[in-house]
Design a protein around this ligand. Structure first.
Ligand code: FES
Length: 190
């Protein structure tokens, strides 16, 4: 009888805790689909301002799967992070790194402004004010068959070191990179 009661109690407890546990750890195993997407020719971009490009983040669900990327040519005078084949074009995510609202590039001010809580980012996407906890996420870019292509998203810290994609609100400076570990992801990245 005691054993039966314990068994029923255990099942009841599991019924409550397992869904919550699954909800908590599911994002760790979530994989972001990605593919290289052509966004124009090199002549479409300058290093003086950003072009707005619509890209598909989640295929198969129509406009809901689209997002905005802000893209410009790399400018060695201000883009001091190490150059490689994936950053000849700087592509910034429009997702605010506070809570994820879409930011807007204001060309006259050379700033990205978030309408939700006043987050401000400078021309390079670095935090210039407000509550965002890290710079705007970026996308790998490459030149392929004469076209500029945009690839998977990655996150950066204040030194513009690359990290696998993190969620808004997850800082990557100092101890932050250990407190918010990478999502489990086996997809091949550049
Ligand atoms: S979501 Fe952008 S400042 Fe809060």
């Amino acid at each position: 009888m005691n054993l039966w009661a314990n068994g029923v109690g255990g099942i009841a407890a599991a019924a409550f805790t397992l869904p919550a546990l699954g909800f908590a750890i599911a994002p760790i195993f979530k994989r972001e689909p990605w593919s290289w997407q052509a966004i124009g020719t090199p002549d479409d971009f300058t290093d003086a301002t950003y072009e707005t490009k619509v890209i598909t983040l989640t295929p198969g669900i129509g406009e809901a799967g689209n997002s905005i990327a802000y893209v410009r040519k790399r400018n060695p005078a201000i883009d001091t992070e190490p150059e490689d084949q994936y950053n000849h074009y700087v592509a910034l995510s429009s997702r605010c790194m506070h809570l994820g609202c879409p930011v807007r590039f204001v060309a006259a001010a050379e700033r990205f402004i978030c309408p939700c809580h006043g987050g401000v980012y400078d021309f390079r996407g670095m935090v210039a004010g407000g509550p965002p906890v890290r710079p705007l996420d970026r996308f790998y870019t490459r030149l392929n068959n004469g076209l500029v292509e945009i690839g998977p998203r990655y996150s950066v810290n204040d030194e513009l070191q690359r990290f696998s994609p993190r969620l808004p609100g997850e800082p990557l400076n100092g101890i932050g990179q250990y407190l918010y570990p990478a999502q489990f992801d086996t997809s091949k990245k550049p």
